[in-house]
Design a protein around this ligand. Structure first.
Ligand code: ZN
Length: 123
């Protein structure tokens, strides 16, 4: 369970931060999840609710902001979202590492992050 271990880390980080500030309670957590992490927001939410039970984070609101993948072409400098191609096996569009403008190879520059944007504490 990818989401569970990821969410465990997030909750641990928030608790550590709260401890630093001697917080009595955490009321809100704002996350940014890049689409390329392939973390499901619903699973993250589900894991979160289990993990915060019995901690000062219990009952806190979890906001999840999903961020698109960003690629940059090494040939023409194009920067933007992934180009998607229909995958004949899965019948779902899958991101490719080809530039939509010139067909060159692109590098991933964003969308792999999973960060805590902000937290609200009661001190
Ligand atoms: Zn290009």
């Amino acid at each position: 369970m990818h989401e569970f271990s990821m969410t465990t880390q997030i909750v641990e980080n928030v608790l550590r931060e709260a401890e630093k500030h001697n917080a009595k309670k955490v009321t809100e957590v704002h996350l940014v999840i890049g689409k390329l992490t392939f973390l499901g927001a619903e699973q993250v939410r589900f894991s979160y609710n289990i993990l915060v039970e019995g901690t000062i984070m219990e009952g806190s609101k979890l906001h999840i902001e999903e961020k698109n993948g960003v690629v940059k072409c090494s040939r023409c400098g194009h920067e933007g979202d992934f180009m998607y191609e229909d995958n004949p096996i899965y019948h779902v569009p899958t991101p490719t590492l080809r530039c939509p403008k010139c067909g060159g190879v692109v590098n991933i520059v964003g969308g792999r992050e999973c960060t805590i944007k902000s937290i609200k504490l009661v001190i």
